[in-house]
Design a protein around this ligand. Structure first.
Ligand code: DQA
Length: 144
């Protein structure tokens, strides 16, 4: 079975508690369930990981990325400045979809720029959990 890698960056472990008016009331466990259900329907296994540490995210991507069908990543605030994460995604040479729960273009100015997005095939922003599901749908179309 093909595997997809789902990665959440800093503070996404706080989903459900963190600014619920922006990020919603469902937890990261809920997100994991939604992702696993959708991935299962699409015939994917899931490697799911969250970390508050840039280096840990990079280590995980370097280890789990190769051989996978692609990456769905919400880098959190690292999107706005992590060139190391950008380099890591570029080096993997896999289809990458960047996801943001909130619409980064409708918030503070600094959020509207993503340096990691340049390594992505596309970005889904503002659609909440559905963004992860749509990203998986895209990766499934890439398999055909
Ligand atoms: C986020 C948007 C980022 O600007 C923010 O730093 C996050 C979450 C989102 O999912 O909307 O941590 O990536």
């Amino acid at each position: 079975m093909k595997r997809v890698v789902i990665v959440n960056g800093p503070n996404l472990n706080l989903l459900g508690k963190r600014e619920p008016h922006i990020y919603g009331t469902r937890s990261q466990e809920d997100l994991k369930q939604v992702v696993q259900d959708r991935a299962g329907k699409l015939g994917f296994e899931v490697s799911f990981f969250q970390s508050n540490h840039e280096g840990e995210l990079i280590d995980f991507l370097q280890k789990e990325g190769p051989g996978s069908a692609g990456i769905v990543i919400n880098p959190g605030a690292l999107s706005h400045y992590s060139l190391a994460l950008y380099d890591c995604l570029q080096a993997l040479a896999l289809p990458v979809v960047e996801v943001h729960l909130s619409n980064i273009h409708a918030r503070e100015e600094f959020r509207s720029r993503s340096v990691t997005a340049r390594a992505a095939r596309g970005v889904i922003t503002g659609l909440g959990f559905a963004g992860y599901e749509l990203a998986l749908e895209f990766l499934a179309t890439e398999q055909k």
